[in-house]
Design a protein around this ligand. Sequence first.
Ligand SMILES: Cc1ncc(C[n+]2csc(CCOP(=O)(O)OP(=O)(O)O)c2C)c(N)n1
Length: 317
Amino acid sequence: MDSEKLIEMYRQMLLIRRFEEKAAEMYMMGKIGGFCHLYIGQEAVAVGAIAAIRKDDYVIASYREHGHALAIGTEPRKIMAELFGKATGISRGKGGSMHLFDAERNFLGGHAIVGGHIPLATGVGFAINYEGKDQVVLCFFGDGAVNTGVFHESLNLASLWKLPVIYICENNFYGMGTAVTRAMAGPEMYLKAKAYDIPGELVDGMNVLEVWEKVGKAVERARHEKIPTFLEVRTYRFRGHSMSDPAQYRTKEEVNEQRKRDPIVTFKQKLIAEGILSEEKFEEMEKEIKAIVEEAVEFAEKSPEPPEEWLYEDVYA
Ligand SMILES: Cc1ncc(C[n+]2csc(CCOP(=O)(O)OP(=O)(O)O)c2C)c(N)n1
């Protein structure tokens, strides 16, 4: 991979981190309402995976999706405005943190029902084949979603019908406050792919290049041979499940141990060791990203509330 792409990956991870730190601050100040699930710690997954697809491919995610939207190129100011519930938000202020959609970039959204979007991704895969196209779908979800029926139904159909879907489980080891080992029989979940006769692989989700490489291989298989894949990407969330979770179900020692694997810190060390970026360049990037995030907040603050009439638009039931 050329240096420019490596630097871009680092820049995207840092943007996600700084954007979310600011979002947390705004949440604490009461500027953001509703639920807000931060992605801090998991940045390498969205960035590595999305770097492996084409612009016309599809991405769909759960409610922890700020990172996916940023990695796909959605404007930070439109995401911040959405978090603020403003009319200029990417979902016109009606979706909030859990429902970021960007049709222009084939980002089919954040979805609040655990596992609810996995069959949607499967349907998109079906539509791609039906129309004779060669796009692929990246479907991101948490470890909790692997225990839902739709996960198994989807893998079964994707295998039978040869759908170009890459199912990406971001295993951060907790579903809210429940450790994965207390909720899942057979927690080596990548092995579950075997039951559906599709490739299944374990990926280090703290290593952006490994994610990029392994998702890239799955994308090639899906695009050219119509073979779906299930990837278990092991990562960790450094914050609570949502902004209202003090995360008392795990020890400080555990979190500190995981922090040593911080994907942004380790990637920075790698880029410095290989002479790709200097400490001064990193500082410049920090400043540039700080300005982007501050501008996003300013834009969100100044944006209007959605008008009352919008209550009756986009209502399907
Ligand atoms: C069908 C359904 N059941 C329960 C919930 C409540 N809930 C929201 S997030 C969550 C935990 C999911 O954890 P996981 O899939 O591992 O994703 P993570 O939050 O770790 O990204 C639960 C149970 C929900 N949103 N939908």
